[in-house]
Write a protein that binds this ligand. Sequence first.
Ligand code: TPP
Ligand code: MG
Length: 616
Amino acid sequence: MTKTIRLTMAQALTRFLASQMTEIDGKKMPIFGGVWAIFGHGNVAGVGEALYQVRDELPTFRAHNEQAMAHAAIAYAKANFRRRFMATTSSIGPGALNMVTAAALAHVNRLPVLFLPGDVFANRIPDPVLQQAEDFSDGTATVNDCFKPVSRYFDRITRPEQIIPALNRAMQVLTDPAECGPVTLALCQDVQAEAYDYPESFFAERVWNQRRPRPDRRELAAAVAALKAARKPLVIAGGGVLYSQASDELAKLVQGAGIPVCETQGGKSSLPDDHPLNMAAVGVTGTSAANRLAEEADVVLAVGTRLQDFTTGSWALFKNSGKTIIGLNVQPFDAGKHQALPLVADAAEGLAELDAALNGWKAPAAWTDNAARGKKDWQANADKVTASTNAAYPSDAQVIGAVQRAMGSGVILLHAAGGLPGELHKLWQAGAPGSYHAEYGFSTMGYEIAGGLGAKMAKPDEEVVVMIGDGSYLMLNSEIATSVMLGLKLTIVLLDNRGYGCINRLQMATGGANFNNLLKDARHEILPDIDFAAHAVSLGAIAEKVSSVAGLETALAQAKKNTRTTVLVIDTDPLVSTEAGGSWWDVAVPEVSTRPQVNAARRAYDEKRQMQKIGD
Ligand SMILES: Cc1ncc(C[n+]2csc(CCOP(=O)(O)OP(=O)(O)O)c2C)c(N)n1
Ligand SMILES: [Mg+2]
């Protein structure tokens, strides 16, 4: 007879999570780094009691905002190259919905996280309960249905035994490199507390290892033939290179064949910035070195990239009409984009097999030498814009220069939204794989500080430097208090340009009036003069407002020694961004307007759109 153990559904869930393990560098460890929780009536009695039971094996962390705690969980998974992840649990209604944006963030970025929102009573007896949305025509609808389009797997647990297949499927999705993304198990409140005789075998320790699919022979042969015919080959390194930890295989292939590499936001740090073949950022926020090659390339080996618009310049950057794209991707959906020759495989396996099959083939030396010259030119530009300055309102680039000089390339640099992603993509000199942590799939304002906390949990021995604008800071900063409480130190550099600087610049570039972006251009009675340092101190951080780029470097040297989260605030110029590099981005400009500036912008826009490839 099967041995069983009588547990509530929530107890079975937490016990199961605590038994799931992984192996990293030959060391066995729990695959769940912990559970983030904010309790309410929808989870405190059920999941809350169950988490308490396993608090030693599966730690619970308390946050201040459900979206932020999910950001921390997602950043933890990203910093762990998806090898380890976390769960997040909320009450029903607003607590659950606060996590939906984060679920979308994880979905877009293909990052594993287990969402466990509370849900309404399955038995429906007390309906409508506090925070229950009532649908007049559908008795099965709850607010948690909002998770469906942004989850890779969704289930609602309405009976205690359902948790067995649901958790099995959840683990498959969370650990599969191709399917990988958010899983949502909505937990009906009454069912969390219901007991069932679970088979003991369900709680046996299980070790999950990353699957590494090798390429199909025919696809490999086609890719090799395409590469061997190339005169101007180029590699795009996406986030998949990092998640596969394929940097060595990438370096070996490109060094052997003399192929230049460019990097997406997600793929930056695949090779160190100073690698001679690394042309660094590509696309809308790309370097001139990378983009010049992108325009000419005849064979593009796109590795582990979703080819989003910032990479392809809204599909106007890759101008060679005879080009072939090879889509080396573990996910067929991505491998076949833009009529690519698909090469469905793990990045490390695929690159190693390509390298072996190329068998000493080399790209024409003129192409490789040309790339090296382009890199030199770009570096001269980059050095110019990041040099120190006495300006009262330095540019983002000048602040980036200061952070780079003070902190080096050995830190984890983290950012997500505003003008910083573009500037950092172009200008940050990344070091080891994973040292550049950008959330630029969803570019969620408010990811930064909570994300920094998650990255620090994943890599407690590393310095995590968060760069953030005033807009993102004001949107979501509460986990500064959590970082202080948990003793997880972050260095946060806050660039205060008094508003949504990058959108203001975009507004001007599309012919718009300065309207509703910078604080001064928004409807106001009193122009706010926000004391960010005082705010950060009130949350428990060490904070200082610096008055110059040199002052920032001095303060960063001190921040390095601090053991508590430190926030450094600097005023910056909202109107300046780096002109060198970059490429066109498709932002639709109105076809008719009473503003002549808009009409002029529309004419320029129509012209630029001619460069766009459709179905090419
Ligand atoms: C949650 C969210 N809302 C809106 C946006 C659109 N958006 C992108 S950047 C930005 C302004 C960011 O302001 P700030 O953080 O001060 O950076 P800055 O642009 O000034 O560099 C906005 C509103 C977004 N990316 N995320
Ligand atoms: Mg700003």
